[in-house]
Structure formats: structure tokens, C-alpha cells
Design a protein around this ligand. Structure first.
Ligand SMILES: Nc1ncnc2c1ncn2[C@@H]1O[C@H](COP(=O)(O)OP(=O)(O)OP(=O)(O)O)[C@@H](O)[C@H]1O
Length: 655
């Protein structure tokens, strides 16, 4: 292997390097001759596998050059590698198939894909699970379609009679709803505000009209996304006059707890009615399963979820935006299953028109132009950027809906970024001011004795907390990086200083009213999960001036004594990765700071930028250097994997 390539790849330290050494040791102990070439071949594949793992891929994807093929052959001769076969996926412990640690997939011309056995098996099982769901027909299709048509007619009539909140689906939404009615496995993808939830609510209403006792399970990868989905469904279901609501069946199911929303993790560990956890033998008990924010699901979680679905019983709809960041864990499942050019074509509808961000909204135009850029049509992204750019030669007259400040970060945050933060933190501090809470001793005892239940707090305290939460939900600085002058740590330090100064809190104090935190660990006993955001507040009693500190998790309407919290970080600002699944009225994006020796360039990707921009519900400002924005617009990352290929094999083998 060329020396430079070896050095380039070996910068990524990972588990595969150790594995290579272990395997050589094993071969020696088995009495095999280890040639220099075999050593080279093993090092080469381990380093490529390690690099793929580092980038979230499932396999090493290489050109089928004579040299690479020769290396693969050497591994095959050493019984470290076999050709891939779906039989292995069905029977991973089948001893008639040599249990080699690696598998070679040569099914695509000019490509070699090397997998660890585990990754190949899970990819194949995922394909088998999806194929199983696609091969089962939905029941009562015509009846549900008829109910959907009737609902559409009711809404059309109501609109004609002057109810502006009543609207019928646009043609693509209708196509998506009808797809969900007709298939056991369907994928509805679309950008922010394209009507994914609206489409699904109408489908659920029609489904429940025909199956009045139906159980609808909604789920999403994070707590925030789960509560946002439930909130959105509840809001939409509220439409219509109280005497004749438009979504009576959805309302009834919500009231009877037959329409609930859980994180996927929770769903998979919550006991079923038979006391067992969901699995292939004890599938999830739902007639409809709605999976939101699917782009955040990594391949291991997707496999667990899909294996726990009984396709003969449950109809599943995956919702998501394929242009967003892929999951933190490996794989690009949603991008693969929403690929319209593959075998799942008939199971996918892409909603293209954003209703929330029409062409008049700058964010909508920016997001659309970014996507057009992706399709190879430049579509004026540079013109658009220059339209919203703030230049030094124009007097600053306040923030527009969308704006770009090009300033290379020095040691401090750019001045305009400080200005934006100050504006937002000022309003936030006004709400925090009311958190100076003193309880009567009785109230305090009540709170303590009922394990710190939000509902047990006096009404004025509950209200003060809700107000702070609402204010916090209106804005969020989102950073690409953790470190550096515009990283999440620096922005948090700035915000923390601001709030502490406003309330004259000694800088050494860790706890203070209005501190924002993000939980970094699950704690099932406390009922908090990694990613939950909370506001810290102190409760004093008349007999003591020293407050007891609590964390208020607004999304869950829950309070937790701060001393019981698992690991957490300050979170006035969060990373763009952490913001997935959330939405805020005003967003500021801090681009990566490109500097020598940092790996910030790897964060300059279009998915990251697009995910940040689309967290915004109304306004979005971008701070950073022009080269970081240019690089982000031009760089699309692709994870290595072969799920489309595995699906193709399944569908061609079994129809
Ligand atoms: N066909 C339509 N006609 C009019 N308004 C619509 C239509 N479809 C959706 N809307 C409205 O557009 C807004 C966005 O819809 P919705 O929340 O369903 O989109 P979404 O794709 O689920 O958004 P998100 O990306 O935030 O999850 C809502 O206010 C909804 O009421």
C-alpha cells in the first residue's frame, strides 16, 4: 500500500486496528504462514474499515482494482473472508457457511465492499425485515380510502363555508396519505413544514373511522421529537367546531390513550400486555406505527425496531427529511429507504412544497436553493446569499428574517453574534426574573413528599416556569463545533456570563436561576433521557434563604432535584447535531471555524448546515467565515453501505 495512503488512513485510530493484530496472532497460533503481503492486505482492509466506521459507514467501499482484488483474495485464502450471501443473514450461525470475520460483496460492478460479519448480517436482516413488510398487504384499503375521501370532502365544505383552519390535502399529500392507507410499509419524506404530520393525522382519522378500537403508536428517536409530534397531532386534531370536530376519532383515541407517543428506545423496552419486551416473537402491539424523524435512526436501532414489528398486524409509516444529517450511529437507513430510484419506489412519496416556508420566506428560499444546489442546479444560491448578507458598508438596522454575517472569528465571538445573543438573553432574563420563588413551608413539604412533582407546585410557580420555558423555546444558538471561538463551549460561556451578570450571581456559583442544561445520560429511574433540556431554578422557603435547586424539563412538564441529575452540560447553546428533532422560532448558526490542525473542515457539510437552518421556524442568522459556508454548501457526505443493494437482492430473489 502506498505510504501516504497508509499514513492518511492510520490517523483514524479505531477498533479495527486492534482487530488486525488479534487476527494475525490467531493465524499464527493456527500454524498459518503469515506473508508480508497478507500482513499488508490485512492492515489495508482494517484501516479502510476503521475509516468507514469513523465516518458512520457500515463497510469499506473500494474500487475493484486488481490490487484491491488481490488483497481480498489473500484474506480469502487465509480464511478471514467469504463472499457475501443472504443465506448468512438468515442463518448467521449456520456452520455450513464458513464463519469468517469479514464478508466481501462484489454485487455492484467495479466495487468491492468489505464488511465485518456483524455489519453485513444486520444490513441483510434489515433488508429482509423491510422486504417482509412490503410483501404483506394492508387490509380494508378501500374502506379507509373512502373514509379519507369523506374527510377531505367535509374539510373542503367547511373551508368553502369560511373556516380558514379547514383545508384539504394538496395532490402530493393526498398521494402520501393514500400510500399509507394501501401499504404495510410506507415512507413519507419532506422538508420542514411540507405537511408530513398533517397527512398522517388525516390518514389516522380515516383508519380509525374503519377500525374504531385501533391502537396507534407514534414514536421518534428523541424525547423532544416525540413530544413535538404529539403536540402537533393534538393541535391539528383540535380543528373544527366543538359540536362537529373534524377529527373525532383521533380525539377519542387520544383521550383513551390509544394514540400515544414514545421514544423508540422506550417503546422497545416497555413491557407488552403479556409482560414481555417487544421482539420478533413478541411484536409491538399497534395497528398503526408512525415513526417520525426517521433520519436520526441508525442501522442498529432500525433493525431492532423493524424486527419488533409484525407486518401481518401493523401498518408502519416512516416520516423524515432525507436531506438532514444522518444518525449519530452508523448507517444511512432513511436516506436509503427514501431513495426513489430503488426497489422501494412504490412505497415512497416525497412532499416537495413547504407550506410553512413558502417562497416569500427567506428560510424557505434558502432551504430550497440548498436542495436545488444538491441536484446540480446552482439555482442562484450565491445570489441569494449576497441578498441576505450584512456588509460593513451598510449601517446595521437590526436583524432581518435571514441573514449571513461573514466574519472570521478571532479570539472572541463576532460582535454581531454577541448582539444577537444579547437581544435574546435580555428577553430570557426578563422571564427568569420571576423565578425568584419562595414557597410556604407547607408548599415545600408538599413538593418534597411527592417526589418533586411539577403538578404539586403552586400555580404561580408552575406559571413562572412555563413562561421561562416558552421564552427559552423561542431562540437557540446552534453550533457546528464544540471547541473553538464559535463552538458550543464558547457560546455557552458567553451566555452564562451574561445571565450571571444580570442577576449578580458570583461567577464561581454553578447553580443559578435560569441556567439551561442538557442531560447527557439516560436515567430510567428518574425518567430523564440523554438530550432532555431543562432550566434550573431554586426554591426557597420562608424559614431558609438557601434555595433547593431543581431542573424543570419543560417538554415533559417534569421537575427533578438537581442533585439527582445524571451527567449534564450547560445548554444555552447546543450543537446542530443535538438540535435534530427540535424547532425554535429564532435560530443563530455558528459555522465551524477553519483553522490549521483542527478537524473543523469535516463539519462543513451541507447536511449539517441544512439541519441547522431548518430548525428555525421564523428567523435564521448565520455567523462565520465565507470559506466555511462555501465548503458547507459544496460538501455532501455519503456513508458507505449496501442497504439498497441488499434490498434489490431480496426483491429479485423473492419477488
Ligand atoms: N394542504 C395544506 N393546506 C394548508 N395548510 C397546510 C396543508 N398541509 C399542511 N398545512 C399547514 O402547514 C403547517 C406545517 O404542516 P405540518 O406540521 O404537517 O408539516 P411537517 O412536515 O410535519 O412539519 P415538521 O417538519 O415541522 O415536522 C401546519 O401549520 C399545517 O397546518
Amino acid at each position: 500500500m502506498p505510504k501516504e495512503q497508509f499514513e492518511m488512513i492510520s490517523q483514524n485510530q479505531n477498533s479495527f486496528e486492534n482487530l488486525g493484530t488479534i487476527l494475525l496472532d490467531l493465524l499464527t497460533r493456527r500454524g498459518k504462514t503469515i506473508t508480508e503481503e497478507l500482513r499488508d492486505a490485512l492492515a489495508f482492509f482494517m484501516l479502510h474499515l476503521g475509516q468507514a466506521e469513523h465516518l458512520g459507514g457500515l463497510c469499506a467501499e473500494l474500487d475493484a482494482t486488481p490490487q484491491n482484488k488481490k488483497y481480498a483474495e489473500l484474506l480469502r485464502e487465509a480464511e478471514l473472508l467469504t463472499d457475501s450471501s443472504n443465506k448468512i443473514a438468515d442463518e448467521p450461525n449456520n456452520l455450513s457457511v464458513a464463519p469468517t470475520p469479514f464478508l466481501l460483496d462484489e454485487s455492484e460492478p467495479k466495487k468491492l465492499r468489505i464488511y465485518s460479519r456483524r455489519n453485513f448480517c444486520s444490513e441483510s436482516r434489515l433488508a429482509a425485515g423491510i422486504h417482509g413488510m412490503c410483501s404483506t398487504s394492508a387490509s380494508d384499503v378501500n374502506e379507509v380510502k373512502e373514509a379519507l375521501a369523506q374527510l377531505e370532502q367535509t374539510l373542503k365544505n367547511a373551508r368553502e363555508n369560511g373556516d380558514k383552519k379547514a383545508y384539504s390535502l394538496n395532490p402530493l399529500q393526498l398521494e402520501a396519505a393514500e400510500l399509507a392507507v394501501s401499504e404495510k410499509f410506507s415512507v413519507i419524506c419532506g422538508g420542514p413544514g411540507t405537511g408530513k404530520t398533517t397527512t398522517v393525522v388525516k390518514f389516522i382519522e380515516a383508519f380509525l373511522e374503519i377500525h374504531p378500537k385501533g391502537i396507534i403508536q407514534m414514536c421518534a428517536p428523541t424525547g423532544k421529537a416525540t413530544s413535538r409530534l404529539l403536540e402537533s397531532v393534538k393541535n391539528q386534531a383540535d380543528a373544527g367546531p366543538s359540536s362537529a370536530p373534524y377529527y373525532p376519532a383521533v380525539r377519542k383515541a387520544l383521550a383513551e390513550d390509544r394514540l400515544t407517543s414514545l421514544t423508540i428506545h422506550k417503546l422497545l423496552v416497555t413491557d407488552l400486555s403479556n409482560g414481555k419486551r417487544p421482539s420478533a416473537d413478541n411484536p409491538i402491539e399497534a395497528d398503526l406505527l408512525i415513526v417520525d424523524e426517521s433520519s436520526m435512526i441508525d442501522s442498529a436501532l432500525a433493525l431492532k425496531l423493524i424486527r419488533s414489528i409484525d407486518p401481518t398486524k401493523t401498518q408502519t409509516v416512516f416520516l423524515g427529511d432525507k436531506h438532514q444529517l444522518a444518525a449519530v450511529g452508523p448507517g444511512s437507513v432513511f436516506a436509503d429507504i427514501s431513495d426513489n430510484s430503488g426497489v422501494l419506489k412504490g412505497h415512497i412519496v416525497e412532499l416537495k412544497e413547504s407550506i410553512r416556508f413558502n417562497d416569500k420566506s427567506a428560510i424557505g428560499r434558502l432551504a430550497q436553493r440548498m436542495l436545488a444546489f444538491e441536484e446540480g442546479r446552482e439555482a442562484g444560491i450565491s445570489d441569494f446569499i449576497s441578498e441576505v448578507e450584512y456588509t460593513d458598508d451598510q449601517p446595521f438596522e437590526g436583524f432581518k428574517d435571514t441573514g449571513v454575517f461573514f466574519k472570521s472569528a478571532g479570539r472572541n465571538l463576532p460582535l454581531q453574534a454577541q448582539k444577537w445573543l444579547e437581544e435574546k438573553l435580555d428577553s430570557y432574563c426578563n422571564a427568569v426574573e420571576n423565578l425568584n420563588l419562595t414557597l410556604t413551608l407547607n408548599d415545600k413539604n408538599e413538593v418534597d413528599s411527592r417526589s418533586a412533582n411539577f403538578e404539586n407546585l403552586p400555580n404561580d410557580v408552575q406559571q413562572a416556569l412555563k413562561d421561562v420555558w416558552n421564552e427559552l423555546s423561542t431562540f437557540r444558538p446552534l453550533c457546528a463545533q464544540r471547541e473553538g471561538p464559535t463552538g458550543v463551549n464558547a457560546v455557552n460561556d458567553y451566555c452564562e456570563d451574561f445571565v450571571k451578570t444580570a442577576f449578580i450571581v458570583p461567577s464561581a456559583d454553578d447553580m443559578y436561576n435560569g441556567k439551561v442544561i442538557i442531560v447527557r445520560q439516560n436515567d430510567s429511574g428518574l425518567g430523564v433521557a440523554n438530550g432532555d433540556v431543562a432550566v434550573i431554578f431554586g426554591l426557597k422557603t420562608a424559614d431558609s434563604d438557601k434555595p433547593m435547586w431543581y431542573a424543570f424539563i419543560g417538554d415533559l412538564k417534569k421537575i427533578v432535584p438537581a442533585q439527582l441529575l445524571p451527567k449534564y452540560d450547560t445548554a444555552f447553546a447546543i450543537t446542530i447535531h443535538q438540535s435534530q428533532g427540535s424547532g425554535f422560532r429564532d435560530v443563530a448558526i455558528f459555522l465551524p471555524t477553519l483553522s490549521a490542525g483542527s478537524d473543523a473542515a469535516s463539519l462543513c457539510t451541507r447536511e449539517l448546515l441544512y439541519t441547522g437552518i431548518t430548525r428555525s421556524e421564523k428567523t435564521c442568522q448565520i455567523f462565520g467565515a465565507k470559506d466555511a459556508l462555501d465548503m458547507s454548501l459544496k460538501t455532501v457526505t455519503q456513508r458507505s453501505g449496501g442497504l439498497p443493494q441488499r434490498l434489490k437482492e431480496r426483491f429479485s430473489e423473492q419477488g
